[in-house]
Design a protein around this ligand. Sequence first.
Ligand SMILES: *Cc1c(COP(=O)(O)O)cnc(C)c1O
Length: 388
Amino acid sequence: MQIKPAARLNLLPPYLFAELDRLKRELQQTGVDVISLGIGDPDLPTPRPIIESLQRAAENPLNHRYPDYEGLERFRQAACRWYERRFGVKLDPVHEVFALIGSKEGIANFATAVVDPGDIVLIPDPGYPVYFSGCVFNGGEPYFMKLRRENSFRPDFGAIPPEIARRAKLMWLNYPNNPTAATIDRPFFESAVAYCLKHDIILAHDVAYSEIAFDGYRAPSVLEVPGAAECAIEFHSLSKTYSMTGWRVGFAVGNAQLIRALGLVKTNMDSGVFQAVQEAAITAMDSGDESVRKYCAIYKERRDLMVELLRKLGLACEVPRATFYLWAQVPPGYTSASFTERVLREAGVVITPGSGFGKGGEGFVRFSMTVGSERLKEAVGRLAALRL
Ligand SMILES: *Cc1c(COP(=O)(O)O)cnc(C)c1O
């Protein structure tokens, strides 16, 4: 029998990272000590009290059963408490919060909840790849909003053609941003909400990095903006905040109709978050602030070190106020891919080519500061030896 996968799989871009993965394995097999600054996965462990909370909850047989789809009421209340404490926004735990098996899941399923074939989805470029796959898997047409350095890596809403705005159903935003590490302040969200309300566009904000911030910067929630509740949904994740990427837990908050639509998809696609993980997440949200401060101090130290070292090498980059990424311009004469390949082949350092996040990422590479300072120094030392 001949297996013919669904045509939608052909809509995915060629997987740029496959060749790099192959090369990395090849180098490792020949004994090279490869340093990976490639993936956005914290090396710092999940804080102890969160692990202990999971251990206790795992002993309770009530937690061994199917969870409620929307999450434990206590989980949703904890999310509301956290949200109010953090952003000063009050939410209704029954209608405006939904537990997620990590925010990636929610982001992908949200497209199924709101995108019809032919709808336009406004997607930041470069951007987190799930906005694109969610769009095209559901028959949507992506329109890429370029994030340019000269606009501080923010989309220019005025540059979106009226015809596109008319057909657009959904806009994705993500600040603090992956991969550019750009940040915004509340007035940017005010203009985004005004634009979306004017054009009847659903505003979906991915706020996975809100807590990884430095120098006194506090990332806003889009829901702080008056009127946002009419059009907006926000996707939170515990993954980066509490070093819990493997645990798979996050939540969506915002407009009750959007939450309901997402919930309807999820009820038919998955069976909720393991309750013991929800208990651990409650512990994290209620009492994890101290560990967040501690971890941010570590990321800040790494950032300062890396910015200084990379600039000495002549790699231009901004000093990010948030995230654990550095977004650097490749030296003249390279593309994102050729620079990444040389750095891997000759220095044994994995970084991510900006073009892997969309055409708008060409000319840049992303360094993920998810290894200790000594390893970062070693990595940059090897880059220096390349005489770029
Ligand atoms: C890491 C990340 C997520 C998702 O994380 P989950 O582990 O699925 O919660 C979402 N958006 C961006 C931009 C990310 O970098």
